[in-house]
Design a protein around this ligand. Structure first.
Ligand SMILES: [Zn+2]
Length: 199
């Protein structure tokens, strides 16, 4: 006895999500069958919208509905600072802290020789272009995670940027080693920001 084809397809779709094995996928698929139709339609539409309605900001690389993004466009932002993060979700974490009013740059990953990811695979070129073009920037704050790859990426960027006479700082990691920014609470981030150190 095989699963009816629509269920089999849903199971294999759920299994493509991170952290979801076959058993969980089967449970979610049958749960979906029992959901009310409007909820399922909203769910499906939300999945389609994140692909259709979002793009990456051509300036900072953040996920956005408009290009440039709201932050890059906002005249109230402090244009003397650029905070560099690994992923778009890290921008949201920093914004929630409400204490940073500068600009961002999203790398979309970190250097990882193990996974064959080099500088050309990250959103680094456009950062250097921004720094050349925009002489207002006097500090680049590197907020990659406190993992070996995050640290190596911070070192790499600092070596590239410092010769241009721009101050490069790193978030003070009250965040314990190996921890991700996304799991830090707002107070910890606030302190990591306040106590940032020059590289
Ligand atoms: Zn932007």
């Amino acid at each position: 006895m095989q699963y009816p084809e629509p269920i089999a397809r849903l199971i294999s779709s759920y299994m493509r999500l991170p952290g979801i094995g076959r058993k969980t996928a089967i449970r979610l698929a049958y749960f979906t069958v029992n959901m009310n139709k409007d909820d399922v339609k909203n769910f499906a539409q939300a999945l389609i919208d994140v692909k259709d309605k979002l793009t990456y900001c051509s300036i900072c690389g953040n996920l956005t509905e408009t290009d440039p993004c709201e932050i890059c466009k906002d005249p109230r932002r402090d244009r003397s600072k650029i905070l560099v993060v690994e992923h778009p979700k890290d921008v949201m974490v920093m914004e929630k802290m409400k204490d940073y009013h500068g600009l961002y740059h999203v790398l979309h990953g970190v250097l990882s020789p193990m996974e064959g990811r080099g500088p050309q695979d990250l959103n680094i070129k456009s950062l250097l272009k921004r720094l050349q073009k925009n002489s207002k920037v006097n500090e680049v704050i590197i907020a990659t995670n406190a993992t070996p790859e995050g640290e190596a990426t911070a070192m790499y960027l600092s070596k590239l940027i410092k010769p241009a006479g721009i101050k490069v700082t790193r978030l003070a990691h009250g965040l314990s080693a190996g921890s991700d920014i996304e799991y830090a609470d707002e107070m910890t981030l606030y302190r990591a920001m306040k106590d940032r150190t020059q590289m």
